[in-house]
Each structure stands twice: as C-alpha cells, then as structure tokens.
Design a protein around this ligand. Structure first.
Ligand code: NAD
Length: 497
C-alpha cells in the first residue's frame, strides 16, 4: 500500500481519519510515492488546541533552553542533510545539489534562531522621569500558523517554525500538499532534537484546512508563502479576523545588464538565475533588461541557455529538474504559446522536451524570448517556469522606470562595473531585495527576506530581527520604586519632569 503521510499532533505521528487523500507524485516519473490527507475540521481544531495548551508551559521555558533546542536541531539537520535532500528530490524533482541548497538555506535560519537570547533583547532607558525607569520586553503570542508552498519544502517551513518557537510560541504548520514528505521529516527530527510534545503540529490539506486556521479564534499570527491570489486572500481574511499576517507572494524579477558589465559574468549568472530549479523560485530572474550595447550579447546568452538540459534528480549533468506537476507544465506551455501568438520572438523553445529514461516527467526545456512588449502576458504574469524574456532599453533611467512600473517587488539585480550606476540603482529601485553583480540576492538569515509591493503583504518580514518582531508582542514597563513612604497627595495632572 502507498505510504500514508501522517500528521504530527502532540508529539505523536498520527494517521488522519480523513476520507479525502491526495496523491504525492514524483514529478520525473508520475509515480505515486505517498498519499497525503486533507485533515478533518476536528483534527485541525485538535492541532490548535494542543498547541494552545503547550504554549502555557513553553512560554515559561528560559530563553537559553529554547536556544539549546535549536542548537540540537541544527546539529541533527546537518547530520541528516543528504537524507533530507534525497527525500526532497524525490517529491519535487529538484537535482540533488539544488535540494541540498534548499535544506541548507533552512539550516541557516535554525542557526539564526539559536541566537534568540540576543535577538529578543528589549530596550531600556534609565531616568525617563526622576527616579523612573522604562524598559521593554518581547513576549510570545501563542499559536502561530505557517502555510507553505511547494517550491522550497525545507527552507520555507524552516523560515517559520524555528523562529516562532524560539520566541516562545507554539506552531501549526500546513505544508504544501504537493511535497509533504520533506516537512514531515523536518518535524520528526525536531521531535528527535527534544522538542516537547505540542510545540510543533503538522497537519495537511488544502484550502479548507487553511481557511479554518485563518479564522480560528486561537491563532493570532499567520505566516504564508505562495502565489499572489492566495496571498491576497490570506492577508485579507487573516487581518479581517484581527490577526497579524505576513504573506509572501509571487514575483517577476528583473536583471539589468549595463554595457560596462563583464559579458561572461552576465551570461553565466543569468543562465543559472533564470532556468535553475526550472524557474520555480520566487527569486528567479525572469526578465533580462539589456541596456544599450549589452543587447549584442543576446545571441550568446541564447546559446548558453541552449546548453542547459533538464534531467532526473540524480543526474549530475542535469541543469534542473521537472516542473512540479503536469498542470504546472501545461501552464508554462500555455504562456509560451501566448508569447508566440502575441508576436514575441522565441529564440529558444523548450516546449517539446524529452529526457531519456523519463518519458512521463513534467519537462520543459530552457525557453528564451526577445521582442517582448510590456503588455504581453509573458511579461505581466509570473510564469514560474524555465522561461527567460529579454527587454531592451537605452538608458539606466529607462530600466529603473520599467521595473518600478511592474507591480512586483521581490528581487532584482544589476550587473555593472560602475559604482555610480549601482548606487543609483540600489537607491531608486522599488524592489525589496537588490543584488549588485549578484543575480539572486536572497538575504542571509541575520537580515530579513524583504519582498515589497505585490510580492509581500504585511509589515514584518521573514527571519532576521523582523521575524522576532512578528512572532512577539512588545511590553513596555515604566517603573518607579519609592525610597520613602511620605505621601505627597494625589497627582492630578500629567507630570512634565
Ligand atoms: P500556492 O499559493 O498554490 O500554495 C501555497 C499554499 O497555500 C499551499 O500550502 C496550498 O495548500 C495553500 N493554498 C492553495 N490554494 C489555496 C486557497 N485557495 N486558499 C487557501 N490556501 C490555499 O503556491 P505554490 O504553487 O505552492 O507556490 C508557488 C508560488 O509561491 C509562486 O507564486 C512563488 O512566487 C511563490 N513563492 C513566493 C516566495 C516569496 O518569498 N515571495 C517564496 C516561495 C514561493
């Protein structure tokens, strides 16, 4: 019988009583590798109430003990790095090395969570009035919820629950139903690291489960990563129910190529940043903006893209793996067709793509369009596939205006030898994460992941200091200790000094 993915509730791996199960497939073969349940409403309630009860104990656990749990977890994740990457490859199709990167980027967040004591330090000011001191603490919120996408099944759950739990909260994770095996292994290792029962719950399902968590009276904070349409729904519904919400959404990331950049750097970096992971990265570069004479490099870029071929996870020569499912592949093929129909020039067409030995994989080859105009759907929409489009402008100012008009603001980069151009770009661009000669500028966890505009709804971003602000409430204390017991009469006005 196919493996039935359990849920983690109260420290136990339990089987759902659901009658609705979804197949988890290997995208290179379509083999069904597991069945994942859509948790019943009673199971969702149970997960939240267990987390709520565990919070009463966990919030009193000293910060150094919480940090030690994260230290043990970090060590276990490193020990199981290859095993996690193997599981991750089997359900996402990512190449093994790329899968290792997915896990590693998550481990780095756990390392960051080990610093929770320094990260939680509040502020103090002595003598805010005579003999009166003022200081602030951070205190946890309660049961925090995480809803995660398919494309980073290790990194993105690890953006969330380690930081939330290190802050003193408990957590309910609802990972993507498309690749739940990696998050389940992460959860098992968390238990093995010594996490008390009830700290982390993992439940499965789709929109009904998410919607129940979104309106639940005992879930004060919601972290979401996924597509724009769902992100907007999550943000609106969560905030309508008076919760704090951080919702990371889709993207259309541009790379600006100045004519003074070094051609080989541009081409090598652009190839990996655009079609790596089959373009299924929210920080993938999907638009190359050639400024002035740099447009002459387009034929060489096309040839470099043509050399990349997708393949199975354990093929060391494969540049990237398949799309996550046949619908995702069809969606990308539809965009390619729309681009052609709209008059863009398809210099490299990956629509028909076969990988030897894997006739059923969701393969799409590297695809490259020029002669693209801004009204075309291939420019306006997030394709989330190995499709790069090129636009040409004459000046840096035009490139900046173009990008600032695009509604998304997740990541961008500029390749140039000019400090002045780079400085102007970093200052004027309306995008939250900027790379200078760095194609995919994902910040390390001591910073925060700071998408802007349509790529993010909320105030406080993932990891870094902002995660601590998101997962805690600030309490400010104003304190006076009387040195004598002489009463001076009632105090009827605001004191000025
Ligand atoms: P998705 O929006 O389809 O799913 C994300 C999560 O939401 C899943 O857990 C899913 O079960 C749940 N969900 C799906 N439909 C829902 C609905 N109608 N109501 C409530 N919940 C629902 O996203 P995906 O396809 O798994 O992931 C790809 C998307 O995620 C891309 O758009 C990508 O850009 C984005 N992404 C963004 C970031 C970022 O940091 N900005 C990072 C990774 C991925």
């Amino acid at each position: 019988m196919t493996h039935q993915v359990p849920m983690l509730i109260n420290g136990e791996m339990v089987q759902s009583q659901s009658t609705h199960w979804i197949p988890v497939t290997n995208p290179a073969t379509q083999d069904v590798i597991a069945q994942v349940p859509c948790a019943t409403p009673a199971e969702v309630d149970q997960a939240v109430s267990v987390a709520k009860a565990a919070f009463q104990t966990w919030k009193e656990v000293p910060v150094s003990e919480r940090a030690r749990l994260m230290l043990r977890y970090q060590a276990l994740l490193k020990e199981h790095h290859d095993e996690l990457a193997t599981i991750l490859s089997s359900e996402t199709g990512k190449t093994f090395e790329d899968a290792k990167g997915d896990v590693w980027r998550g481990i780095e967040v756990v390392e960051h969570a080990c610093n929770i004591a320094s990260l939680s330090m509040g502020e103090t000011v002595e003598n805010v009035a005579r003999k009166v001191d003022c200081y602030s603490y951070t205190q946890p919120l309660g049961v925090c919820v995480g809803i995660t996408p398919f494309n980073f099944p290790a990194m993105i759950p690890l953006w969330m629950f380690p930081m939330a739990i290190a802050c003193g909260n408990t957590f309910v994770l609802k990972p993507s139903e498309q690749d739940p095996l990696t998050p389940m292994r992460l959860a098992e290792l968390f238990q093995e690291a010594g996490a008390p029962a009830g700290l982390l719950q993992v439940i499965h399902g789709t929109k009904d489960v998410v919607n129940q968590l979104l309106v639940h009276p005992d879930t004060p904070a919601i972290s979401f990563v996924g597509s724009v349409a769902v992100g907007e729904h999550i943000y609106k519904t969560g905030t309508d129910h008076m919760k704090r919400v951080q919702a990371f959404a889709g993207a259309k990331n541009h790379m600006v190529i100045m004519p003074d950049a070094q051609k080989s750097h541009v081409i090598n970096n652009l190839v990996g940043a655009s079609v790596g992971a089959a373009g299924q990265r929210c920080m993938a570069i999907s638009v190359a903006v050639f400024v002035g004479e740099s447009r002459q490099w387009i034929p060489e870029l096309r040839d470099a893209l043509a050399k990349v071929r997708p393949g199975a996870w354990n093929d060391p020569e494969a540049g990237y793996g398949p799309l996550i499912n046949p619908q995702a592949k069809q969606r990308v093929l539809d965009f390619i067709q729309e681009g052609k129909d709209a008059g863009a020039e398809c210099l490299l067409d990956g629509s028909v793509c076969q990988v030897e030995g894997f006739p059923n994989g969701n393969w799409v080859g590297p695809t490259f369009f020029t002669q693209v105009t801004r009204d075309m759907s291939i420019y306006r929409e997030e394709i989330f596939g190995p499709v790069l489009i090129a636009l040409e402008v004459d000046t840096l100012e035009e490139a900046i205006a173009l990008i600032n008009e695009n509604p998304y603001g997740n990541g961008t980069s500029i390749f140039t030898a000019s400090g002045a151009a780079a400085r102007k770009y970093q200052h004027e661009i309306q995008v939250g994460q900027v790379g200078i000669n760095v194609p995919v500028p994902v910040p390390l966890p001591f910073f925060s992941f700071t998408g802007w505009r349509k790529s993010f709804y909320g105030d406080q971003h993932a990891y870094g200091k902002q995660a601590v602000r998101f997962y805690t409430e600030t309490k400010t204390v104003t304190a006076r200790w009387f040195e004598d017991d002489i009463a001076s009469g009632p105090n009827m006005t605001i004191q000025l000094k």
